[in-house]
Write a protein that binds this ligand. Sequence first.
Ligand SMILES: [Fe+2]
Ligand SMILES: [Fe+2]
Length: 255
Amino acid sequence: MSVRIVQLTDLHLYEQRDRVLAGVPTWETFDAVLEQVRERHADLDYLILTGDLAQDEAPQTYMMLREALGEWLPRCRIIPGNHDDPVQLRRLFPELFHDAADRLTFDLDTGGWTIIGLDSHVPGDVKGRVGAAQLEWVRALLAGEPDRPTLIFIHHPPVPLGVAWLDSLGLLAAQPLVSLIEGSPQVKLVCAGHVHQAWSGEIGSAAIQTTPSTCVQFGARAEKSFDRRAAGYRTITLEPDGRFETDVHRLPAAP
Ligand SMILES: [Fe+2]
Ligand SMILES: [Fe+2]
């Protein structure tokens, strides 16, 4: 059986449903994305939210997100971004973060694959960091299943995109994680957020893909810029033999 995943990232929601970020009403586009996912991908196995869920990091915003996810909650997995409050996330999604671990990570063993969610949140910083303890946890997971195809989610892309202003706000001390992925050929795919655009590259033999935000889209110029393309999300289908397919989907039009 293949595993069908939808990745939603960079929701940047507010407690006030009509607030806008860079001219985009973030609840309106998020609701439209959820509606499109319900129409087109209702059979999904996992809905993975890869951080920057609450621009205001307010408990009420996470409560509203919880309500919006509704019956999908058991199929959801969440990792934090820089615009998140890990304490509130843990408090308001207790069934998703059941262990006492310091970091908000997850790992799944499903359909012949290992799926890992990393926590790159650094309190008070836009940049990300994985840290030695989490790296050792991933290293042990990968070493324990060297032949099992693996998908890794992380908010901050571990390699530069070639978009200078975003690369300067990326993952700090990324090399140990990059080296671990390069040395672990079972890692087939890394999916990230944070950069609010679709981009693809490689880390060793693994593909890395970034995913459009469900709200504001950034441009690919060296200095900060915006892109008028509509909000979007990514689908990923994992086959038991290690192959995968992934696509970016967008709303019909930007608001
Ligand atoms: Fe973001
Ligand atoms: Fe971010």
